[in-house]
Design a protein around this ligand. Structure first.
Ligand code: NAD
Ligand code: TYD
Length: 371
């Protein structure tokens, strides 16, 4: 028999990829609780319309009565908790919602889960898991020569976003140790792939390059991120749910460390190749170095050997194959992009980029200010 799960934030980027993956593989019904903030989009789940295995509920993870009611009604075998405010730049401009959703919201989820779990017996109780989806940003920043983050790396969050996720991880840990809630935490590196909101580096650069707009590289563009294709994140979460040990943390990463400038260069080359008729070719000439993000972490890198060794997970996409798939997806889904980049999105772009002055790049001098 297949047991249902409750997913939070399943209309967002990673959540919707996970839900599509889960339902596509016929792993059991999903109740999807999402507030549909600017980042949540039911269009991501359009292919699930009419699928009796998918129940969408619009609501806030901070609504205790709602979450408790859903747990009692649907009796899921797991909660997969994605819902969060997720964009570092937004957390710098307005940290309040990050504290409310990421900390208070997770607290509410834990309280509801605890009450539900206390009422479970036998196999249902044995089976239940609370899987908390977190980020590598809780570990802070690395120098170029530091070893990659591992599960015992001390927490040192530097942005309001990272601090709020770190706080939520600590709550999850406390609910395990104090109340015996069977929790597991995953800390994942930067994801990319279909359905990512074009405020994040990769989809923003694709959208801007195709529209002939500036490609805003923060600071010198030498910051390093460890990129993971979102489908590989979904498969990691599946194996953690199936075989992960209660109380453990698993780091998830693709082993693809790239500087931001390398990412933008690769993206521009892919666009030059895949859109040969583009009047903005070569797209790299649109790169514009802009004022750096305050408190910008220099480097993230994930050591995923625990997940790979213990649970036999491995990423299927290389950065090159994953990025090509991603660019192709955005090219084939221009309508999705134009639907999510109207209205509130335009206001955000003005707010975040309006005050950033152009600065001379040190990494690739001569490419700055092409537009
Ligand atoms: P996202 O911003 O694309 O989606 C977040 C979703 O949560 C949206 O659908 C939104 O409507 C929903 N949501 C927000 N506040 C809510 C609330 N109060 N109640 C109910 N729903 C709410 O985020 P994402 O990139 O898909 O990230 C998902 C999770 O993975 C987050 O917890 C994030 O911290 C974590 N994570 C993300 C990355 C990444 O690279 N994107 C990497 C590691 C970990
Ligand atoms: P982002 O996608 O916001 O993820 P995170 O901050 O969680 O790592 O940014 C990835 C990197 O790209 C980060 O170092 C900031 C940088 N960046 C830019 O240089 N320009 C941009 O316009 C954006 C959105 C990000």
């Amino acid at each position: 028999m297949k047991h249902g799960i409750l997913v939070t934030g399943g209309a967002g980027f990673i959540g919707s990829n996970f839900v599509l993956d889960w339902l596509g593989a016929g792993l059991g019904p999903v109740v999807n609780l999402d507030a549909l903030t600017y980042a949540g989009n039911l269009e991501n789940l359009a292919s699930m319309e009419g699928n009796p295995g998918h129940t969408f509920v619009r609501g806030d993870i901070g609504d205790l009565a709602l979450v408790q009611g859903l747990l009692e009604k649907h009796r899921p075998s797991a909660i997969v908790h994605f819902a969060a405010e997720s964009h570092v730049d937004r957390s710098i401009v307005g940290p309040e919602t990050f504290l409310r959703t990421n900390i208070d919201g997770t607290f509410t989820m834990l309280q509801a889960a605890r009450k539900y779990y206390d009422g479970l017996e036998g196999a249902e109780r044995e089976r239940f898991r609370f899987l908390h989806v977190s980020t590598d940003e809780v570990y802070g920043t690395l120098s170029p020569t530091d070893p990659a983050f591992h599960e015992e790396t001390p927490y040192a969050p530097n942005s309001p976003y990272a601090a709020s996720k770190a706080a939520s991880d600590h709550l999850v840990r406390a609910w395990l140790h104090t109340y015996g809630l069977p929790t597991i935490i995953t800390n994942c590196s930067n994801n990319y792939g279909p359905y990512q909101f074009p405020e994040k580096l990769i989809p923003l650069m694709i959208a801007n390059a195709l529209a002939g707009k500036a490609l805003p590289v923060y600071g010198d563009g030498q910051q390093v991120r460890d990129w993971l294709y979102v489908g590989d994140h979904a498969s990691a979460l599946r194996v953690v749910l199936a075989n992960g040990r209660v109380g453990e943390t698993y780091n998830v990463g693709g082993g693809n460390q790239r500087t931001n400038l390398e990412v933008v260069t690769t993206l521009c080359a892919l666009l030059d190749e895949l859109v040969p008729e583009s009047k903005f070719k070569p797209h790299f000439q649109q790169v514009k170095y802009v004022t750096d993000r305050p408190g910008h972490d220099r480097r993230y890198a994930i050591d995923a050997r625990k997940l790979e060794g213990e649970l036999k997970w491995s990423a299927q996409e290389s950065f090159e194959t994953g990025l090509r798939k991603t660019v192709q997806w955005y090219l084939s889904n221009a309508e999705w992009v134009s639907n999510v980049t109207s209205g509130a999105y335009q206001q955000w772009v003005t707010k975040n980029y309006g005050d950033r002055t152009a600065v001379a790049g040190t990494a690739a001098a001569g490419t700055e200010g092409a537009r």
